[in-house]
Design a protein around this ligand. Sequence first.
Ligand code: 5GP
Length: 196
Amino acid sequence: MSTTRGQLVVISGPSGVGKSTILRRLLARLPHLIPSVSATTRPPRAGERDGVDYHFIPLEEFERRRKAGDFLECCQVYGRQHWYGTLVDEVAPRLAAGDWVVLEIDVEGTLSILQKFPDALTIFVEPERPEQLDERLRGRGTESPEAMARRLEVALRELAEAHRYRHRVVNARLDDAVDQIAEILRQAGLPEAAAT
Ligand code: 5GP
């Protein structure tokens, strides 16, 4: 990959750890942090918006774009029918413009990204206790028991990969986790919001 001026930030963590909420808070607080909207073949959940939460695309289109080299990385996250991927167009132009781009992707995707961007700032969000993942996934109530069991299994496997990340943040209290990540980004040089 060519030299870029911006910074790539990767946030991962097992399903149910609360990383989407953390990311939403970070984005609201840090105007210089820009989210990359991933593409996926999974159907939208209630309330999710195309082009905002994900680019929801059919499998054929995903395949076509994968072959065309449109993805920086992509994988079949749950070993089933759903694919997820980071689009080059979501990332490259922003990095070239000097922006900070944040990806919320899984461990496999992170490892691919690190091969292309060894300087990516990687952050892994962990639960205080692994049992909390099960409780939060059940609380979400959006999926079948089989899908939840599979997510939990994947989540536990992901927890075992946390050591691959440069920073690990325990989400014991949401506000603290958000503060900690904001501080990691600040120390890495993310421009502060302009004072008002
Ligand atoms: P969900 O279906 O709950 O939105 O996301 C499931 C998992 O897919 C999460 O662990 C999330 O980090 C991962 N994911 C979302 N977008 C991407 C992507 O573009 N690439 C990869 N490798 N994983 C992704």
